[in-house]
Design a protein around this ligand. Structure first.
Ligand code: NAD
Length: 504
C-alpha cells in the first residue's frame, strides 16, 4: 500500500478498478500556494477514462449493494483506523496544496475520522418506519435500499473532507463512489484515495471499482453529471457550478445534492458578551483566509456598539499573524491562487466605489504572491457588493438599530448557508431561530458562522442549493425508499374503501 506520506506517485493520478493509472487528459503542474513550489505533475482523466469509471462503478454497485450494511460499515471502520494512523501526513498535504494552517488541516482530517465513526454506527441503523394500515391483516413499512453510483464533485477549500462526508455515508448505504476533485487540489485527493484503496484491498467483499478518482476539469464533472446510471450527483462549489450541474442532472431527471456558495452574517446585539463575540467574529472571518463556505462576510452590528467593535477589530486585525502556514504561530495562510487575490482587490475597489471605507486589508505581496491581509470594510447594507460572495477574507461591517431591521438585512442576500446572533437576550435568540428569523440552513447563537460539527445536517437554502450532508438524516440522500404493503389476510380490501368487485 502506498502511504499518504509518500511523495506524489510519479504522477499517476487516476484511480480506476482499484488501480492507479496515468491520466490521458491534460498534463498539469501542481504548485503550492505558499511559495509556488512544484508539488508534482499529473495528467488529468479524459472522457474515455470517465466512461470506464462509470461502467466500473455500476458493476461495483451491483455487488456492493448485496453486502450486509454492517459489513459495509466494517470497511468504513477500517478506513477510519487508517486515517487515524495517517492524520498528520494527510493534513500536511492539505497545508502544502491549499495553504491551510496545520491546526485547520488536521481539523479537516478529524472530520473524516468523525464521519467514519458516525457512518459505522449508522450502518446498523439504516431504518425505515412501520406505518399503521387502514386494511385488516395488512402491514405497511418503508425500506431504504442502496441507490446507485454516487458522483462527488468537490471544491478546493475542503479538498478531502467534502468527499469524505459523502463517500463514507455512500459506502455504508451500499453505493459506489466516483470522485471528481477540484483541479486545484488533486494531490490531496490522491493521498486520500491511495489510503482508501489500500483499505479496500483488505476486504474481499469490496469490489475493485467501489471507489474511483478522476482528477479532471469541468468537462469531466459535466460528463459525470449527465450520465444516466449515476444515482446521485453531490456537487460542492460555487453557485455558478451548481447551476450548470443542476441543469445537467435535471435534464435526465436525476438526483442532485448541491452545496454551494454562502454569504454568511453575524448579528451583534447590544447585550452581547463582546469578548466572546470578537473571538467568534475573527475566527469566522479570517480562518482559512476567508475561504470557507461558512466564512463570516457580513457583521451586522448594533449602532451603539459600532465604534467600539470597529476599533477593537482593527487592533486585532493589525496584529494577525499572516504568512507561511507551516511556521509556528501563523493563523492566516495564503489565498489559493492569483485569481483569488485579484478577486479580493476587485471587491475592495467595488466597495470603495459604492461608498464603503476600507479600514485595513488587501494584497500583501511582500509575504508572497498569494498572500493578503484580511480586510475590514464599513459599508451600507444596501451596497450591491455585500450581496456577493467573494472567496477571500473581507468582512463588511454595517449598523442596525432594531432586531427586525437586522434580520431583514441578514436575509436580504441570495445565499442562505450559515448565520449567527450574539446576544444575552433569550427573546432575541428565539426570534432569530424561529420561522421569521434567519433563513439559513445553519443558525447559531453565541458562536460564529463557521466550524460546524459533523453530527448535524450541513447545508443551506436559496442559492446555496438546498442540499444537506454529513450528520442527522443526510444518509437518506444516498438511498432510495420503497413503501411496502404486505397482506397476510385472505381478503383483498381496497384502500379508501373502494368497491371494485369483479366476478369470475
Ligand atoms: P468551483 O465552483 O470553482 O469548483 C468546484 C468544483 O466544481 C471543482 O471540482 C470544479 O472542477 C467543478 N466545476 C466547476 N464548474 C463546473 C461545471 N460547470 N460543471 C461541472 N463541474 C464544475 O468552486 P471552488 O472555487 O473550488 O470552491 C469555492 C466555492 O465553493 C465557494 O463558492 C464556496 O462557498 C463553495 N463551497 C461550498 C460549500 C458548501 O458546503 N456549501 C463547501 C465548500 C465550498
Amino acid at each position: 500500500m502506498t502511504t499518504a506520506s509518500s511523495p506524489p506517485a510519479a504522477r499517476r493520478g487516476v484511480h480506476l478498478q482499484g488501480r492507479c493509472e496515468e491520466g490521458r487528459g491534460a498534463l498539469v503542474t501542481v504548485r503550492s500556494p505558499i511559495d509556488q513550489a512544484v508539488l508534482g505533475c499529473l495528467r488529468l482523466a479524459d472522457a474515455t477514462q470517465c466512461d470506464a469509471a462509470l461502467a466500473a462503478a455500476q458493476e461495483a454497485f451491483t455487488a456492493w449493494r448485496l453486502v450486509p450494511a454492517p459489513r459495509r460499515g466494517e470497511l468504513v471502520r477500517r478506513i477510519g483506523e487508517a486515517v487515524r494512523a495517517q492524520k498528520p501526513q494527510l493534513a500536511a498535504w492539505i497545508t502544502r496544496e491549499v495553504g491551510k494552517i496545520p491546526a485547520e488541516a488536521e481539523g479537516e482530517i478529524q472530520e473524516w475520522i468523525d464521519l467514519c465513526d458516525f457512518a459505522v454506527g449508522l450502518s446498523r441503523q439504516l431504518h425505515g418506519l412501520t406505518i399503521a394500515s387502514e386494511r385488516p391483516g395488512h402491514r405497511m413499512m418503508e425500506q431504504w435500499h442502496p441507490l446507485g453510483p454516487v458522483v462527488v464533485i468537490s471544491a478546493f477549500n475542503f479538498p478531502i473532507a467534502v468527499w469524505a462526508w459523502n463517500a463514507m455515508l455512500a459506502l455504508v448505504c451500499g453505493d459506489s463512489v466516483i470522485w471528481k476533485p477540484s483541479e486545484k487540489a488533486t494531490l490531496c485527493a490522491l493521498a486520500a484515495q491511495e489510503l482508501v484503496a489500500g483499505v479496500v484491498a483488505t476486504m474481499p467483499e469490496a469490489p475493485p471499482g467501489l471507489l474511483a478518482l478522476l482528477p479532471g476539469e469541468r468537462a469531466i464533472g459535466m460528463q459525470l453529471a449527465a450520465a444516466p446510471q449515476v444515482g446521485l450527483v453531490s456537487a460542492t462549489g460555487s453557485t455558478s457550478m451548481g447551476r450548470a450541474v443542476a441543469v445537467a442532472v435535471a435534464g435526465r431527471l436525476g438526483r442532485s445534492l448541491l452545496e454551494l456558495g454562502g454569504n454568511n452574517a453575524l448579528i451583534l446585539a447590544p447585550s452581547a458578551d463582546l469578548d466572546l463575540a470578537l473571538r467568534a467574529i475573527v475566527f469566522s472571518a479570517v480562518g482559512t483566509c476567508g475561504q470557507r463556505c461558512t466564512s463570516l462576510r457580513r457583521l451586522i452590528v448594533h449602532r451603539s456598539l459600532q465604534d467600539t467593535v470597529l476599533r477593537r477589530l482593527q487592533a486585532i486585525y493589525a496584529a494577525l499573524p499572516v504568512g507561511d502556514p507551516r511556521k509556528p504561530g501563523i493563523l492566516v495562510g495564503p489565498l489559493i491562487d492569483a485569481p483569488a487575490v485579484q478577486a479580493m482587490a476587485r471587491a475592495l475597489q467595488a466597495a470603495t466605489a459604492q461608498g464603503g471605507s476600507v479600514h485595513c486589508g488587501g494584497a500583501a505581496p511582500e509575504l508572497g504572491a498569494g498572500f493578503v491581509r484580511p480586510a475590514l470594510v464599513s459599508i451600507a447594507a444596501t451596497a450591491p457588493i455585500v450581496r456577493e460572495e467573494t472567496f477571500a477574507p473581507i468582512l463588511y461591517v454595517m449598523p442596525y438599530d432594531d432586531l427586525s431591521e437586522a434580520i431583514r438585512i441578514h436575509n436580504d442576500v441570495p445565499q442562505g448557508l450559515s448565520s449567527a446572533l450574539v446576544t444575552s437576550d433569550l427573546r432575541e435568540a428565539e426570534r432569530f431561530l424561529g420561522p421569521a428569523g434567519s433563513d439559513c440552513g445553519i443558525a447559531n447563537i453565541n458562536i460564529g458562522t463557521s466550524g460546524a460539527e459533523i453530527g448535524g445536517a450541513f447545508g443551506g437554502e436559496k442559492q446555496t442549493g438546498g442540499g444537506r450532508e454529513s450528520g442527522s438524516d443526510a444518509w437518506k440522500n444516498y438511498m432510495r425508499r420503497t413503501t411496502t404493503t404486505v397482506n397476510s389476510s385472505t381478503d383483498l380490501p381496497l384502500a379508501q374503501g373502494v368497491n371494485f368487485d369483479v366476478s369470475g
